[in-house]
Design a protein around this ligand. Structure first.
Ligand SMILES: Nc1ncnc2c1ncn2[C@@H]1O[C@H](COP(=O)(O)OP(=O)(O)O)[C@@H](O)[C@H]1O
Ligand SMILES: [Mg+2]
Length: 483
């Protein structure tokens, strides 16, 4: 603060010996405290200045306290003889007599007081006191300006501190795409020092060559149309380090709301680790699915080659036994025929069970015949549109099969529909399977486990499952990319 300068200028030109600035101190009792002092002769008045700087006065006390509470200038011919001057003893020691004091005024009111003292006795000088009115206001304006500047500097320092300690890269560019600001996290992540990159074109420095034109076009489009399409969105894009290596980043762009040409701030986060974790997770889901499919196939083979074969040969044996029985043994014949019927039911159930675990027809002949079988067994009539003839990778065929099975079971169980349709198509390198019904709607994946399990299966293959359910019916669509 430039108070001492002000005191020296005013005090020196008046030819007085001592000056002090008093400011309100943040004390609930409302003290004024000495904030700065000036002495024409440090040797003679230094001690008085030191005493003053240690002094705080309540409203009405001493000269500054009186000026403070009356908001008006005041004059004392001899402070040593004044009954309301707490520093009288120090004034005696310093040989100071006359004093005057006036308020520092701002638009907010009185914010302090300025005091001058001299070694001689002086009667009040009305002209001088009158000029302190305007002097007090000028000093007040000056104080306000200095305070505003100081708080601005403080804010800047605070913002700078936030910028530097942020974990995210914070990069600001102007409307030409040139870097204005590049924080410490950005330096660490991209491998540039701020001064190497500030005022360079951002795109040229941290965007891979193949994506630069796209970025430039994006900025140009925004400046042209003001279309805020990407502002505030979280984008996943590719960044480039100083050494040319590329890595995945998450980017959010905001426009700095200031008048003048636009500037933009990007918050950038290195998501290499997250991407790797996602990849690992996906890979492990695919492995799990593979293991599950394999296990289902093994069970189905065991049932087919084991239990089923035994029951079939038991059926043969029973037929032989029945054929060899003499005509007249009616009750034994009846028993054997009942056993044959029971056995046929057991075989049918076993075959159905094996098909549910893993349909052999899917492995052997592919999706089209497998789904024709499912459609034929469905309780609700199914219209099956053309199926691709070619075989798809095994996990994809299995996923499509289970989507159709679950959807048709759901339709039979929940939809109250009169018909269902199943379609399967290859579009843009993806397989799209759709199962619809004309039922009551109201399907909700959160209500059960079947749809959730399907979504897991499809997502493990990088695909997606969409459920649309309205009063006019329900459609389940799975999209799986083909390798
Ligand atoms: N096609 C459909 N029509 C009407 N409701 C359905 C249909 N499919 C599913 N739902 C509803 O959505 C819920 C979730 O389905 P799902 O996850 O398969 O569980 P669930 O084991 O009950 O079949 C079901 O409980 C049912 O209420
Ligand atoms: Mg279900």
């Amino acid at each position: 603060m430039a108070y001492p300068k002000v005191l020296e200028t005013v005090g020196g030109s008046l030819g007085w010996d001592f000056g002090a600035v008093w400011e309100e101190s943040f004390d609930p009792r409302g003290f004024v405290r000495c904030a700065a002092t000036w002495c024409a002769d440090e040797g003679r008045h230094g001690d008085f200045a030191a005493t003053s700087r240690k002094t705080a006065l309540p409203p009405g006390a001493g000269l500054p306290g009186r000026v403070w509470s009356n908001s008006a200038p005041a004059w004392i011919t001899d402070v040593q003889a004044d009954p309301n001057f707490p520093r009288a003893e120090a004034a005696v020691a310093a040989g100071l007599h006359a004093a005057f004091c006036f308020p520092i005024r701002t638009a907010r009111g009185v914010v302090g007081a300025i005091e001058f003292m001299t070694s001689s006795l002086k009667e009040p000088d009305d002209e001088l006191l009158a000029t302190t009115e305007s002097l007090g206001s000028q000093i007040g304006q000056f104080v306000e300006r200095s305070r505003a500047e100081a708080s601005m500097r403080e804010r800047e320092a605070r913002h700078g501190g936030i910028l530097e300690s942020a974990l995210d890269c914070i990069i600001t560019i102007d409307h030409n795409g040139r870097v204005l600001e590049f924080n410490s996290a950005a330096e660490r992540t991209f491998g540039y020092q701020a001064d190497e990159i500030v005022s360079r074109e951002m795109v040229e420095m941290i965007v891979p060559p193949s994506l630069r034109d796209q970025h430039r076009a994006g900025l140009a489009r925004y400046l042209d149309t003001g279309d805020p399409r990407i502002l505030g969105q979280r984008l996943e894009i590719t960044g480039m380090r100083a050494d040319g290596t590329e890595f995945p980043v998450e980017l959010t762009i905001t426009r700095i709301p200031l008048p003048g040409p636009p500037a933009f701030t990007g918050f950038v986060r290195d998501i290499t680790e997250r991407k790797e974790a996602e990849r690992d997770l996906r890979a492990s889901r695919v492995r799990l699915l593979g293991a599950q499919n394999e296990e289902r196939r093994r069970l189905e083979r065991n049932l087919h080659d084991g239990a089923q074969q035994r029951l079939v040969s038991l059926a043969l044996t029973l037929r032989l036994a029945r054929d060899g029985l003499p005509e007249q043994d009616g009750s034994t014949l009846e028993l054997i025929e009942r056993a044959q019927e029971e056995l046929q039911l057991a075989l049918d159930e076993l075959r159905e069970l094996a098909r549910g675990i893993h349909p052999a027809v899917l492995t052997e002949r592919g999706l089209a015949p497998a789904l024709e079988g499912v459609a034929a067994r469905s309780a609700v009539p199914v219209e099956l549109s053309a199926m691709p003839e070619r075989r798809l990778p095994e996990p994809i065929e299995a996923a499509v099969y289970y989507v159709v099975c679950e959807a048709l079971v759901n339709i039979a169980k929940h939809a109250n529909a009169s018909a269902a349709r199943v379609s399967l198509a290859e579009e843009d390198g993806q397989i799209v399977v759709e199962v619809g019904d004309d039922g009551a709607g109201g399907a909700d994946a959160a209500e059960g486990s079947g749809l959730r399990g399907l979504a897991d299966r499809v997502e493990a293959l990088d695909g997606g499952l969409v459920l649309m359910s309205e009063a006019s019916g329900t459609t389940l669509r799975a999209t799986i990319p083909l390798p």
